[in-house]
Design a protein around this ligand. Sequence first.
Ligand code: GAL
Length: 732
Amino acid sequence: MRQVFPFNDWYYKDSFSNDDLKNESFKDFKKVTIPHTNKEIPFNYFDEKETMFISCYRKKIIFKPEWKDRRIFIKFYGVSSVADVYLNGKHLGCHKGAYTAFEYELTGYLHKDKDNIITVKVDSTERNDVPPFGHLIDYLCYGGIYRDVELIVSDDIYIRDMHLTPLDVLKENKKLAVKLYLDSLQAVKNAQVNILFNKENRSFIADVKKGKNTVEFELDDLKADLWSIDNPVLYEVEVELNGNIIKDKTGFRTVKFLPDGFYLNEEKIKLCGLNRHQSYPYVGYAMPKRAQEKDAEILNDLGINIVRTSHYPQSRYFLNRCDELGLLVFEEIPGWQYIGDEKWKKLALKNVEDMINEGYNHPSIILWGVRINESDNDFDFYEETNRIAHELDKTRPTGGVKYMEKADFQEDVYVMNEFELGKRERKHIDQNMATGLDHDVPFLISEFVGAWHPTKRYDTSAVRADQALRHAYGHDESMLDDRLCGAIAWCAFDYNTHYQFGPGDRVCYHGIFDMFRIPKKYATAVYESQLDPHVKPVLEPAIVWSNGDIDECGFLPMYIFSNCDYVEFYFGDKMGRRLYPYKRLFAGLKHAPMYLDRVDREVYNRWDWLDASFVGYVDGKEVIRKKYAKDPMPKKLRITPDDLKLCARKKEEAYDVTRVVFEALDQYGNVLDYMFDWIEIKVEGGELIGPDKTNLQGGCLAAWVKADKKGVIKISARTAKLKSDTVKIKVE
Ligand code: GAL
């Protein structure tokens, strides 16, 4: 039997000395649960070196009688960024790199008659020998054992991994190749294999060799629905080999990048997406399953169809959720503009291998990024990354993000960051200029906006509207260009970075959400307004309703991001204008933004400032209405948890979390965009991540709350002017 147990209760010390290997005491260690960050940091204005140190994690393992004659492995899903693992002082191995999983066999070194101590020395400094480090990078990698740990108990034939390859995907009768990666203590002839697919069992016989080896099977005659963006059907495959069971899910779909666009299951789809960094306030990378899944949900709810995991492989929970939601993924190896020496490159090649092995079964992944983001040409190195990728995965193309024109084109897809896209001048992207080739190739844009227009959630509405417009212009241009597979904007969420980037406060404000995943409303509305209005009507005037937030007073010109057929604008109770989608300016977008640049004098008089209303109509019916106060005042502190139920933590399990959003609202329920009052958050029955006394940022803030024991978590908050209700979250 192959059994997998969570293994997340550890002891931690924020220092390490070689004596920690000789003296295996727990003195000075404190109890922690994985995911864990080596050091919690403030929201901004911290020294990025604060998390760059060597720390030590330690744990006792008591040998269980039922482990007699069994093999024991420990698996780490992510440690930032170099882990040396010791069992009872014996060095089991060193893993370099924060973003890929690794495992060690413990069997031979476990004491049966006394405690075993497992010690992990975690080096979270930016070591020159490990990608992405060696030079400056525009993000922080934090530190600690930040993804789950598992203990795996197996018999002699250990199933390390399984690759599922759907074949004949577009035929009525499909096939599935199943490849098992084994590590066996002995050769076994005629081992019995049962494969359960869609409730149907097939039996096979396999010869297992001694040591590391693989066995392969092909299931044919399968009836299965296609996996697609709108109907992401997954199939579970359960394989049993001599009593050892391994399970995973897969989906049947084809992927093609051609010079005239991207095709999923032979259907042409324009890729429209965002880049995602996996960082969160205070705890960096250390967020468990539910938060990772939530990010995929937030992005999917916007209606985008692709996310790039910039600039490294991301959590399996995030990827699993992308599979379930039908959100496509472009995954890439760790790195940023810099290529190191031969040893460094070797690690980068290993990253290609690990990324593909770990991501292999995810139907959402459609492209492997096998270049270091925005690096210079290095022909031999990239021949090798491409070779490895193609050898490991015959079903997916390679790409690699370039920033200079006419870079070596060694991948299947020419992927490029093009920050000219989205600028007001509406520069047309000429792919032949970019590639330097005289013929068209599959061409994808992987970044635009970003540093070309940093935007805080509480910037003036003109700055925020400009951010939104750049996203709108960029995707509009992409939609109109038949030779472009699509465009992925920079980026989804604000992220921590070094002082050399952003405004120096260690946050890069390039997201269309802030770090708390609170929307910068106008930019997020650009995406949401492309949704079907019958599913979700969207109406977002890109203005703070006031006489003095933008240059030259007043509120004009104003863009409105909406999917309505038309919108009526009222100044007080007089109708100012009926607005229609501005199709001439946005011919490519399904729902063009609306534009208002003048209002009749009889309606609007600057010094007689009144409330405003916007009413959206679809099929002749009112579907959405927004009202803005002439004199906004704080009236309510709204508190909204993402979840009302969480899971109680059992021993060794990772903890559950949910995010809670706090918003200061005016008399009409609109966020007070420029409120920065202090806020005090009270959490009973759970644990607040981050400070309990802090400040609203532009009328809002969010916090993540950890669940532990069964019961009820009560959360409330107050500011100088407002007091929230108490929300209750059940922990079951
Ligand atoms: C790109 C880079 C991203 C981010 C972005 C900001 O050049 O790939 O990581 O720094 O710029 O615009």
